[in-house]
Design a protein. Structure first.
Length: 306
């Protein structure tokens, strides 16, 4: 039996590892990781093992939760703003617009959605590992509610809220030692009725990422692809490699896959050669760079709420 704490570290470290592994292949073709035969390589502006905005934002969420002893949404938003103002290497267009709009924390995303009518990117899903671990102890309703509230800081479309809520709940199930895939029917029952059918399709056992009708930069095919990678493989490394080899938004699909696979298989399942090079710069925060040990410490604090 894998200890709960090992699963929590696996979820957060696994997300970061997936992010860094997939970063050089972002927006590339399917099969690129296997074709090149190289892992944790540099490229596309990324150093080997360098994590992207996915992990950077997850760290900011996690540190806010610990410093405030819970969810303080204005603080999370302010941390995001500080990070965005420091010119990070990568930031989603929608997220950048919301964070630099000058609007208040509780209005910026809603106003963006009102104007653009499109805000269902996977940007809230990619950063959910730390909050998923933190809120898992509070039960299904609380963790899904927290996911929605954090997602809504940058994404005005409820589709993004619901996908992030599903990920939170799947992590909660996995941390308890249960099978997150077996829990999917019950989890879908907790999804908002207006979005349930869309998620039912992409989370169905017979669904394949090739059937996606949108780019996997959208929240539902991204989550569906991560669940597919977990379902069709038997270990952490295999699942994350499968996610990267799908092509497209490789860093985020692999980050979400790494969150789920890390929670399922635990910290020990993550290849040490992947964690050795891992590093997470935090633009806007005095040149701080977190390595795998620092991420592990953050994960343990979030899991134990210390």
């Amino acid at each position: 039996m894998i200890p709960r704490l090992d699963r929590a570290v696996g979820a957060i470290l696994g997300s970061a590892v997936g992010d860094a592994l997939g970063a050089p292949y972002e927006f590339g073709p399917a099969g690129a990781l296997t074709a090149r035969g190289q892992e944790m390589r540099g490229g596309g502006g990324w150093d080997p093992g360098e994590a992207t905005d996915d992990t950077q934002m997850a760290v900011l969420v996690g540190e806010s939760l610990l410093e405030h002893g819970g969810l303080e949404l204005p603080d999370v938003f302010a941390r995001f703003q500080r990070w965005a103002a420091a010119d990070p290497k990568d930031i989603g267009l929608q997220t950048e617009y919301v964070l630099t709009s000058g609007e208040a924390w509780d209005l910026a995303a809603a106003l963006h959605f009102q104007i653009n009518a499109r805000a269902a990117g996977n940007g809230s899903l990619m950063r959910a590992s730390t909050s998923a671990v933190y809120f898992a102890a509070d039960g299904r309703d609380a963790t899904m509610d927290a996911a929605r509230r954090i997602a809504a800081l940058t994404h005005g479309d409820r589709a993004a809220w619901e996908g992030t809520a599903v990920l939170h709940e799947l992590v909660r199930v996995a941390l308890g030692g249960d099978d997150p895939l077996a829990a999917l029917p019950e989890v879908l029952g907790a999804v908002h009725p207006n979005h349930r059918e869309r998620y039912r399709v992409v989370l169905d056992p017979d669904w394949h990422p090739a059937q996606a009708t949108e780019f996997n930069g959208a929240v539902w095919p991204c989550l569906g692809s991560a669940v597919w990678a977990l379902r069709t493989t038997t270990g952490f490394a295999e699942a994350v490699r499968a996610a990267v080899d799908l092509g497209g938004d490789t860093d985020t699909v692999a980050a979400v896959t790494g969150t789920l696979a890390g929670a399922r298989y635990g910290r020990a399942a993550i290849p040490p050669e992947w964690t050795a090079a891992l590093h997470v710069p935090l633009p806007g925060y005095g040149g701080r760079v977190l390595d795998a040990d620092a991420l592990g410490a953050l994960a343990r604090s979030l899991a134990e709420r210390t």
